[in-house]
Design a protein. Sequence first.
Length: 308
Amino acid sequence: MRVFLIIGLIVLNAGRIIGQQLPQFTYFTYNYMQYNPAVVGTAPCLDLKFGLRRQWKGFEDAPTTGFANIHGKIGKKSEFHFNGLGATVENDDAGPFSYTNITVNYAYHKKLSNKYFLATGIGLGFSQYSVDYGQMTFENQNAETAIFGIVNDFIFPMFNAGVWLYRPDRFYGLSVRSLNNKKIDGFTDSQVRRHITFANGYATRVTSELTFKPAYLINYVGKSRPSIDMQLMLSFKDMVDVGVGARSGHGFAALIKLSAIRYVTIGYAYDVTMNKIRYTAGSTHEIVIGLRACKEGNKMYVPCAAYD
């Protein structure tokens, strides 16, 4: 429990110690919308994803992250420009500390030369940090001085922005989450720092049935050292993807994605921790389920209450 007290104080007192404060995901290539609001509208149909990330299995009060997002094209559509609208939800729990974020995202997409589209997006929402002091055990604490069941909530607005340059076989993205750099009332010199993320990836045909898909993320928070996430995926007939991933200072991951069921995709990541925490913590599991629904006339058509 003392470990998570330290983790929570790092998160809430980021003015003194700067590091990653918002959730990160191993399977980022299947979940870019959680990082960049400009991604909304890039899917050919109404797109829904939800998933769960369980870190350090077997470790008491280990972090658990749940998330969901939905997005699609809205308004009048043109081959030269269109609009995207979506929403994201995140919840992260670690011992007595929890974080919840709900954001609505909008993006405008405009066609450039050479098959490229450029999207600019914004995200507006709110975040909540909760601290349950009843779960904490402080040094030299006894039954008379123990604190039971007291919960403090810190709610504040969250603003995100991003750009997304893409064409069918590649993309480049830059986003800033927590653009407003909001201070957390009740904690001295505490604020949610800006999280800057650069993303890049492409797809190239190896054979008529195999496609190679490398991608990477660079994450930067305040004055901390940037972290790098990389993935190397191999896709067979765009139905089964397998690959490996790595994160600087963390470890490696094995990834698989199945699209064999029409309109449903399932992605799974298994992380192996290679830093010092590996001696006391188990592996990390992440699963993402994606659903798509298209209007009648689209080759990917599937009936959906949003349209029918």
